[in-house]
Design a protein around this ligand. Sequence first.
Ligand code: GDD
Ligand code: MG
Length: 404
Amino acid sequence: MRLELPREMERFGAVRFYGLQKVLELDAGLNGTIAPEPGTGIQRVPYESLYEIEKQMAIIIPVRNERLKLIEGVLAGIPHQCLTIMVSNSPKEPIDRFSMEKEALENFFMFVNKKAFIVHQKDPLIAKAFKKVNYPSILNSKGQIRNGKAEGMIVGTILAWLSGKKYVGFVDADNYFPGAVEEYVREYAAAFATSQSPYSMVRIAWQSKPKIIESKLFFKKWGRTSSNTNQLLNKLISHYTGFETEIIKTGNAGEHALSMELARRIDYSHGYSIEPYHLINLIEKFGGLSKSPFPDLMRKSIEVYQIESRNPHLHEVGDEDHIDQMSYLAMQAIYHSPICPNELRTELLHEMKEKELLTNSHKPPKPHQFPALINIKADEFFEEIKSASYAKLLNPAAVKKSEV
Ligand code: GDD
Ligand code: MG
């Protein structure tokens, strides 16, 4: 892959937010080093470097009630060398959607002979394991794993960690273009290959999202939720730096990946608020505004890459209400952060009322949050799930080796 070097950077304590990087060539050939090309502002990541990272990466697909044809396309887009983990929260009744997904995955991977497995979000063994390792925040009052995309992603992250992977990436299950899925994974790998830090994150900004407007295809750049969330996060950063910024372009990036070492040290937030909360929590924990729970990381750097993908992003269209709720969740996550300045809180309240998300007398609810996974013991967690069929693809002994 050949891509721009990040031209801009905002430093916030130990966190480096890099500006958007464009991709010049999806495949830049074999052999060679990753060094930037002198005088061009461009760097080349040879195919082997991508491959080496992909071998150490698990790709998680959170699924809830998606069309099987779409899921099959997504599976086909994930490079062979990545471990694929589907975390499904699809119903088992009246029709057993989960069994259908399992069958589709197993059929596909039998033909391509690849490492992959599917788990259900309500798998009682996984719930029991979370209880055992003292991580009750992910459980509901019935002792099951709570509903939500973030909750499924946390399950996937733990399983990726237990399989000894160094990186974990996420792709949605409702993508119409397998080629776009492949591109996202390659971009995750390119960012990790160029990263200088073991604590890094990469987030995808789509170059376009096709829509049909007056019976013609229109390639829209920014969605409503994304523009709003980006603007709010940029305001949050500007408040502290004193300089207006547009650095954040991926506030809602569902397509993103983390080094496992970073994934285990950040907190998470319910459902679709997970992606904006990543950025808020990085500032909370590593921005230098208060004492970091990981003081030795403050002497290192945490890198946030943002890459603009080439393929158009076409997925199932959600209704207006779904889009408003996603935007509302992002606003709730910002509003309730201890680092949210009062002026921004007032602005958020005003916006929520104007958009009729909130009635005059109320404050927004705080999205449910989940502490970092860092204290979970691999052996204890594995012990509870070792009888499951997917446990043979896990390797808790490899966990120690992959940690920095
Ligand atoms: N395991 C699990 N559990 N998966 C879920 C759940 C759940 O409770 N709810 C949704 N999913 C899956 C969906 O099946 C899909 O694969 C993925 O999570 C994203 O959900 P969508 O409902 O398709 O979200 P969206 O398209 O509106 O929004 C996506 O893009 C946004 C950026 O524009 C999401 O990825 C958002 O998180 C992201 O901010
Ligand atoms: Mg979608």
